[in-house]
Design a protein around this ligand. Structure first.
Ligand SMILES: C[S@@+](CC[C@H](N)C(=O)[O-])C[C@H]1O[C@@H](n2cnc3c(N)ncnc32)[C@H](O)[C@@H]1O
Length: 200
């Protein structure tokens, strides 16, 4: 597996266990309403009724438009947040910086979503390879982010990068995982800048 971050790139200011940092639930949103509406619209443009969706690095909200999904599986680090997420049919807790392998079948999702969280991945190539594995052949990965983050928990490469370089990083993650970027959406440069990278 190609390593896209050097040992130094993947360091965090807070090197403590991620599970401890996310131990207490945060029933907040991590971007403003304009960003979140834009994200829901983006999901609406790629998702259809009957889709099977994996919301990776999720919380108490998944930002999905109101559609009839066959199955929505969530993953994150805080049980209470995931249990409160009414969109999810099922969910599990797993620290991606400890174990990147997903206990999910090959090709079982039409969409994999990763909202406002990619900056926390220390082993993105291995995680994105798993996203690719669980996606159906014509499935889509949507990775969204803004300029906000928990800075002590974001990897050094992300913390020091500008928005253009962050898009390049995510593009590298996709390619390392065997996915090709199809589209990059950018909006709202002044407030909570919206970026979504669509890959398949
Ligand atoms: C800023 S929140 C975004 C949550 C959600 N996607 C949203 O849009 O509200 C970052 C999320 O990343 C997840 N996360 C952070 N570090 C992680 C890790 N090492 N392994 C798995 N998930 C992690 C946590 O579950 C946390 O909820």
């Amino acid at each position: 597996m190609q390593s896209v971050l050097s040992e130094r790139d993947r360091t965090k200011v807070d090197s403590g266990a991620d599970g401890s940092f996310y131990d207490t639930p945060r029933f907040v949103t991590h971007a403003d309403d304009g960003f979140l509406h834009r994200l829901t619209d983006t999901y609406g443009s790629v998702l259809a009724d009957g889709d099977r969706v994996f919301d990776a690095m999720s919380s108490w909200v998944s930002h999905l438009p109101d559609q009839e999904y066959e199955r929505v599986v969530g993953h994150g680090l805080n049980e209470a947040e995931l249990a409160a997420n009414e969109t999810l049919d099922e969910w599990f807790v797993q620290d991606f910086n400890g174990d990147q392998r997903l206990a999910l079948d090959d090709g079982e999702f039409d969409a994999v979503l990763c909202a406002l969280s990619v900056q926390y991945l220390q082993y993105p190539a291995a995680v994105f390879a798993e996203f690719e594995r669980v996606l159906a052949p014509d499935g889509v990965l949507v990775v969204s982010f803004s300029s906000r983050m928990f800075p002590t928990k974001a990897v050094r490469a992300w913390r020091l990068a500008g928005m253009d370089e962050r898009i390049e990083l995510v593009t590298t993650y996709c390619e390392a995982g065997g996915l090709s970027v199809q589209e990059v959406l950018r909006d709202r440069p002044e407030r909570d800048p919206f970026v979504a990278v669509l890959a398949g």
